[in-house]
Design a protein around this ligand. Structure first.
Ligand code: NAP
Length: 321
């Protein structure tokens, strides 16, 4: 670790919060080093927007923009100002001493005077029998319609989408392009999704709603054959034949590597002690975007807090050097 250069600013994560922090940090001559993530089965560099078809609510794009295109542009902008990028995860951090020692998934050691945590959140799974096995084997279970929905496997099938939020509506609408029929399975009789997304889904002739149902088991050996459902009101068990299931029931923050190092809320999101500041309980460590935001969770709010985090890091360094 003794030969390891000391970085002014290390940014962990590469969604809108991470790249915005990189753009601001680079323009402030902090020469930021961005750990954009190694990529896994459920997450890739660029974050959740990489799985989003159309972003229609980010100001400045009157006609909307594809999520992947948007993140490509964010990254390009950060690179234009010479942000440096490593395609690895940060897997360990010690925030008890500064500069903060961290270790990457590639075994790299890094020392940082300031850190912006922008690792976002990951899709949640139901945790019922059959789900994980069929998700891992490519047997027709997925948490991302935009990633997997266009596969020939799902064409013309009856597809289940589980959840009642905006993600579920978005996935259901997306799947109407390929599926014969889409069944939205929701545990209540009321949707959580925004009105506009509800209206779109309810207006689709291809989408039917199974209200007050939970999935108890995913049926099928090699590939999904159906779902065992429970009626949350009557307790009645039923089965429905489906050729695919997309789980869209929310997200968990990517904070496992921070446990014991930083103050987290009960739900695992990073706690920010001061209103309108992104500094965590550790001076010099800032958090931006979905990793600390369990309330707004929007691309534009993530980008805004990424900007705040970089400005705070810059002021933190200026006050000490
Ligand atoms: P969400 O709003 O938290 O909704 C999760 C849904 O899954 C809820 O309907 C919830 O049911 C259900 N659920 C949770 N755990 C479950 C379980 N174990 N079994 C069955 N159902 C379960 O999450 P989200 O839809 O991913 O949206 C997150 C945020 O991103 C929101 O702020 C949303 O507005 C935003 N977003 C926006 C867009 C867009 O504007 N196009 C698209 C995607 C996401 P209950 O309702 O009963 O709690």
């Amino acid at each position: 670790m003794s030969d390891t250069p000391i970085e002014d600013l290390v940014i962990v994560g590469s969604g809108p919060a991470g790249w915005t922090a990189a753009i601001y940090g680079a323009r402030a001559n902090l020469n930021p080093l961005v750990y954009e993530g190694a990529g896994s089965r459920t997450m890739i560099p660029g974050g959740q927007l990489m799985f989003t078809t159309d972003v229609e609510n980010y100001p400045g794009f009157a006609e909307g923009i594809g999520g992947m295109d948007m993140m490509t542009e964010f990254k390009r902008q950060a690179l234009r100002f010479d942000a440096r990028v490593v395609t690895e995860d940060i897997v360990e951090a010690d925030f008890s001493r500064r500069p903060f020692p961290m270790r990457s998934s590639g075994g790299r050691e890094v020392l940082a005077k300031t850190v912006v945590l922008a690792t976002g959140a990951n899709a949640r799974w139901l945790g019922v029998p059959g789900e994980e096995r069929l998700a891992q084997s490519g047997g027709g279970v997925s948490a991302c319609a935009v990633c997997d929905g266009a596969l020939p496997f799902f064409r013309g099938q009856v597809i289940a989408v589980v959840g009642g939020g905006d993600s579920a509506m978005e996935e259901a609408l997306y799947m109407t392009k390929f599926a014969g029929r889409v069944l939205v399975i929701h545990r209540r009789d009321e949707l959580r999704a925004s009105r506009i997304m509800q209206e779109r889904a309810l207006a689709s002739e291809k989408i039917a709603f199974l209200w007050n149902r939970t999935v108890e088991e995913v049926l099928g050996d090699e590939v999904i054959a159906g779902l065992r459902l429970r009626d949350t009101v009557t307790g009645e068990i039923s089965e429905v034949a489906v050729g695919g299931m997309f789980v869209a029931i929310g997200h968990d923050p990517n904070t496992a590597f921070l446990r014991g190092q930083i103050d987290l809320k009960e739900n695992g999101y990073v706690r920010l002690p001061t209103p309108w500041r992104t500094e965590t309980n550790v001076p010099g460590v800032f958090a931006a975007g979905d990793v600390m935001d369990d309330y707004y969770r929007q691309a534009v709010s993530a980008a805004g807090t990424g900007c705040m985090a970089a400005l705070e890091a810059e002021r933190f360094l200026a006050a000490r050097e």
